[in-house]
Design a protein around this ligand. Structure first.
Ligand code: ADP
Length: 601
């Protein structure tokens, strides 16, 4: 009974196969039939065309690759059907294996799927690109079907949460666990509230704690997608790690707050104005200095602060700022609300736009020097009066001394002492002169005369005079100056004396002092070189400052008050000249000045 029924099934199967083979002949897809030994029973015309050597290669043909394991599974009765995708000579096929138990054969239906594969490949490629883009932009995405508990996360979202892409089998609750306990409620409320309130989107910022314990801040934005009836079907989210940005924002905010405090409560008065000179900011110290409240001056023209009599001069100084300059210790008077005038020393800085050219604001910091100025003025007045008072007895001493020298010219011993008195009186007189000159320079009252004179002659005369006061040094004049100078001969002589006496004083072991003369078309240059102690580099910047000395005041070996170079420098500036020096400690110094051959006017 069993055998006969098997036969029947066999017959039916063969019949059905024969029947199907009509279709097989015209089927554009490949069809192959084999048995367990690998014997091929049927290859349809489409398969023959696609794989001409299939019947000769048999199991070795790539279309039948790995067919052994499939056969074994069928034989053991483990499977009846089997599907796979296979690439043969750059073409993709989907193979469908069915086991025909009754005839113990395997039928392989192939479907040409290269086109679909190409689309799939492209899709995969764009997915790869999208993943990479998200990775680069540190931007993750997620998707959740409405009512589902298992969201989809993009690779970057996994990374953001501290997991390997795809490693973490997600449920919503797992995701909530990664969120900082303090932010969990807020995050889940954000999602559920937006759904409850039928919102289209929501965004929130929250912290997560990674497995490593690291806390990061994420920003999330979610959009709900609806079906035609308006029901939410899924939600798409975008996540971004904003930890660094938050940190920067906080740091910037703090810095801003700090700067604002610094601005508001700084001891120094600070004001800010725009390019059309409207005051835009004003700190407490400025309020205190001017007597104006910030709100009284904001938006007003800067002019409100200028004494009317100084306006023209101040506008000239402002022009320097608007044309790209800045104020460095520039003295500008300020008129207070009550009309009193204060003398203020200003430093300013310009703030430019992104292009680095367009002026946006000027910020200026002032220092009220009214008191100091008054004090200086009183000091200068005192020096002037005291100077004059001192000069009179010194002149008397000098005259009397000269009379005594005449009377005692045959008494060498007495002459020696009188000479000493004469020298000391000269030192005193020079000192008083210097003090008077400094105070005159300070008050702008240094009198100068202008005349045409021969600088070369003046240098030679001065060199001769200076040679009288030193036996240890030989003063040599080198070079020539062609042309006359139009300046104050006496004051220029004073500079030469100062250069030479410094050269003598600061080269106790030096033998030579060389005065070098030269000129070009525009100017005459004089340089006085000594081979003395030189000046250490750290003092170079300040050597022309008032009362500045490299060795300090009170130095016994090199006495002085640091006024000579200051006076000389101020004088040379009055004649549009220049002054500079070169100096090497232990080797010596050269001090130069230049004076222009200017038109006589
Ligand atoms: P004083 O000579 O009274 O100190 P000056 O103003 O003439 O004042 O000089 C200022 C300082 O410059 C001096 O104290 C000294 O430190 C330095 N200086 C000037 N000339 C020389 C020089 N030729 N060699 C070394 N140092 C010098």
């Amino acid at each position: 009974m069993k055998k006969s029924s098997e036969k029947l099934i066999n017959k039916k199967a063969q019949k059905s196969f024969v029947k199907s083979s009509d279709f097989s002949e015209i089927n554009p897809n490949p069809m192959v039939e084999i048995d367990f030994s690998g014997k091929i029973y049927y290859i349809n015309p489409a398969a023959k065309k696609l794989f001409p050597n299939l019947s000769s290669l048999k199991m070795k043909h790539p279309y039948l690759k790995d067919i052994n394991s499939i056969r074994i599974n069928f034989k053991k009765g483990k499977k009846k059907y089997f599907d796979r995708e296979i690439k043969v000579n750059d073409l993709w096929f989907h193979q469908n294996f069915s086991f025909l138990k009754n005839i113990q054969r395997i039928q392989i239906f192939g479907f040409y799927i290269s086109e679909r594969k190409k689309v799939e490949e492209k899709l995969k490629e764009s997915e790869r690109i999208l993943n990479k883009t998200q990775e680069i932009a540190h931007l993750g995405t997620w998707e959740l079907k409405f009512g589902s508990n298992r969201p989809y996360w993009s690779d970057e979202t996994y990374r953001m949460y501290g997991y390997k892409p795809g490693k973490f089998n997600l449920r919503n609750s797992d995701f909530i666990n990664v969120i900082h306990p303090e932010d969990r409620k807020m995050v889940s409320n954000a999602y559920f509230d937006s759904i409850k309130k039928n919102k289209y989107n929501y965004s929130c910022m929250f912290r997560i704690i990674k497995k490593t314990g690291e806390i990061r801040t994420l920003y999330e934005k979610c959009e709900h997608i609806r079906d035609e009836s308006g029901k939410i079907v899924r939600s798409i989210g975008m996540v971004q790690d904003v930890t660094e940005r938050k940190y920067m924002e906080r740091a910037l905010e703090e810095a801003k707050r700090y700067l604002e405090n610094l601005f508001d409560y700084a001891n120094a008065p600070i004001a800010v104005w725009n390019p059309i000179l409207n005051i835009t900011k004003f700190n407490h110290a400025f309020e205190k200095m001017t007597g104006y409240k910030e709100k009284e001056v904001i938006g007003k023209r800067l002019e409100i602060l200028f004494p009317p009599e100084s306006k023209t001069e101040i506008f000239k100084k402002i022009k320097n700022i608007t044309t790209g300059g800045c104020w460095e210790a520039v003295e500008i008077p300020i008129r207070q609300k009550d009309g009193k005038v204060k003398i203020v020393l200003w430093n300013s800085a310009n703030i430019y736009g992104k292009d680095g050219k367009s002026l946006i604001s000027t910020i200026a910091q002032g220092q009220d020097i009214t008191e100091r100025k008054n004090l200086d003025q009183r000091k200068d007045e005192f020096i002037t009066i005291a100077g004059h008072e001192l000069r009179t007895p010194i002149s008397a001493i000098k005259i009397t001394n000269q009379m005594l020298q005449d009377m005692l010219k045959d008494n060498p011993k007495a002459l020696k002492y009188l000479n000493r008195i004469e020298n000391q009186a000269t030192i005193q007189a020079n000192l008083i002169n210097d003090l008077l000159n400094v105070s005159k320079i300070q008050t702008g009252k240094l009198e100068i005369r202008k005349e045409n004179f021969d600088l070369q002659n003046l240098v030679e005369e001065t060199a001769e005079d200076m040679q009288q006061i030193t036996k240890e040094h030989k003063i040599i004049v080198k070079g020539k100056i062609c042309g006359k100078i139009f300046a104050d001969k006496e004051r220029i002589g004073q500079i030469l004396v100062n250069f030479c006496s410094n050269a003598i004083k600061f080269s106790p072991k030096g033998k030579k002092i060389i005065i070098n003369l030269k000129n070009n078309q525009k100017e005459a240059i004089v340089g006085v070189t000594d081979y003395g102690i030189g000046i250490p580099k750290e003092h170079h910047d300040r050597i022309f400052d008032r009362f500045y000395r490299a060795y300090g005041t009170g130095d016994k070996q090199y006495p002085g008050l640091g006024m000579g170079l200051y006076i000389s420098y101020q004088i040379i500036k009055l004649f549009d000249g220049n002054m500079w020096f070169k100096s090497t400690p232990g080797k010596g110094s050269t001090f130069y000045f230049s004076l222009p051959f200017q038109a006589q006017n």
